[in-house]
Design a protein around this ligand. Structure first.
Ligand SMILES: NC(=O)c1ccc[n+]([C@@H]2O[C@H](COP(=O)([O-])OP(=O)(O)OC[C@H]3O[C@@H](n4cnc5c(N)ncnc54)[C@H](O)[C@@H]3O)[C@@H](O)[C@H]2O)c1
Length: 337
């Protein structure tokens, strides 16, 4: 029995189909892999297991005997040429996503997020134009919001190299879609939290880091006065959006926000997390110069386009998603700390 009954309506799109997930041992990729296996897809994962990123073999424990794993790099043309052949869907989640690192060294973002994406697309153009591609972009491409909620039509003003590289990757997808018939969708994801994310450092994944500190009964630092708003989204909702979008023909060629119309501020996040764990404390602290430089302020995604086109909307409240996440890490702490 599928643990996600809402996926059942997409079974016909995925059952018996070949799917490649780049970055498939990471946070979002592994959760996606588990649900696609449940839907009867034949799933291959590509992951370079980069240091300090989210790749973790334990992430795919529930399906480890039902997926093919390729420890390889998305920039490796030879591997990609082979792996993309005969794939029906390719979810591109391999990426350098450490925003703090990208301020110190721009080249991994440029090399992985831009060159890696171009390598994937060029191979699809040459060897598999029938594949349908789904790219996980970031809300960071918008930079500071001009109007809330932020729709896909707002201008893009990325504030860092990570965000810039994601924007360039999205535009590469669009160019190959328009010029070469390599069909793709870009999903601009908001802040995602949930099970199977890395928990070793706090350079990305702020909501998950709050959970780690609370479970360890430590102090959570809430930057500024805690009033900055985010539309935090539970990972199973984000994966649901990917599955639903990939199965919707009319979504190809589009950019769609994947966020939450229920927003919370960081003070509420800290209070909810510590309320659920019953441990940990929180206090306000000034922004570090690095964090301040990249902080775009309040952000809420306008998700009306994906609701209308794909029929997807979030199903978990912040409290429900955080409870599931806390339970997962309490049970599996040894594999993540
Ligand atoms: N988590 C979020 O809140 C969020 C928000 C917006 C966008 N995204 C994007 O979604 C994607 C997945 O993010 P995640 O949170 O699952 O991160 P993650 O670090 O958990 O997973 C990314 C995976 O990609 C792998 N990888 C990195 N570079 C690679 C390369 N060159 N070749 C092969 N594998 C490589 C890593 O080893 C890791 O397992 C990223 O592109 C990220 O920028 C994530």
């Amino acid at each position: 029995m599928n643990s996600y009954p809402e996926d059942e309506k997409y079974r016909d799109s995925f059952e018996g189909r070949s799917v490649l997930i780049t970055g498939g041992l990471g946070f979002i990729g592994s959760n996606l892999a588990i649900r696609l296996v449940d839907l009867g897809a034949r799933v291959s994962l590509l992951d370079a297991m980069l240091d300090e990123h989210g790749g973790n073999m334990f992430n795919i424990k529930p399906v480890q005997n039902q997926v093919d794993i390729n420890f390889s790099d998305v920039r490796d043309e030879g591997t990609l040429k082979y792996l993309i052949k005969n794939k029906d869907f390719i979810f591109h989640l391999a990426g350098q996503n450490d925003h703090v690192l990208s301020r110190r060294n721009p080249f991994p973002d440029i090399d992985i997020n831009i060159k890696g994406t171009a390598t994937l697309l060029e191979n699809c153009r040459k060897y598999n134009r029938d594949a349908r591609l789904i790219y996980s972009g970031t809300r960071g491409e918008y930079g500071a919001a001009i109007v809330l909620p932020v729709s896909e039509d707002q201008p893009l003003h990325p504030r860092g190299i990570y965000e810039l590289s994601s924007m360039a990757a999205q535009q590469l997808f669009q160019i190959y879609h328009d010029n070469d018939g390599v069909r793709s969708i870009t999903l601009r994801l908001t802040n995602i939290y949930g099970e199977r994310a890395q928990m070793r450092h706090n350079r990305f994944g702020v909501a998950n880091w709050f959970i780690r500190l609370a479970i360890d009964d430590e102090m959570i630092s809430v930057f500024g006065d805690g009033s900055i708003i985010r539309d935090f989204l539970y990972v199973q909702d984000a994966v649901g959006a990917m599955i639903a979008s990939a199965a919707t023909d009319s979504a190809y060629g589009k950019v769609l926000n994947v966020g939450n119309d229920q927003a919370s501020n960081f003070k509420e996040l800290a209070e909810t997390v510590t309320g659920i764990t019953g441990s940990g404390r929180w206090a306000f602290t000034p922004f570090s110069p690095e964090r301040a430089a990249q902080e775009p302020g309040d952000f809420i995604s306008d998700i009306s386009r994906i609701k209308k086109l794909v029929g997807w909307a979030p199903s978990y409240s912040l409290d429900q998603g955080l409870r599931k996440t806390v339970n997962y890490y309490r049970q599996n702490k040894e594999f993540y700390w």
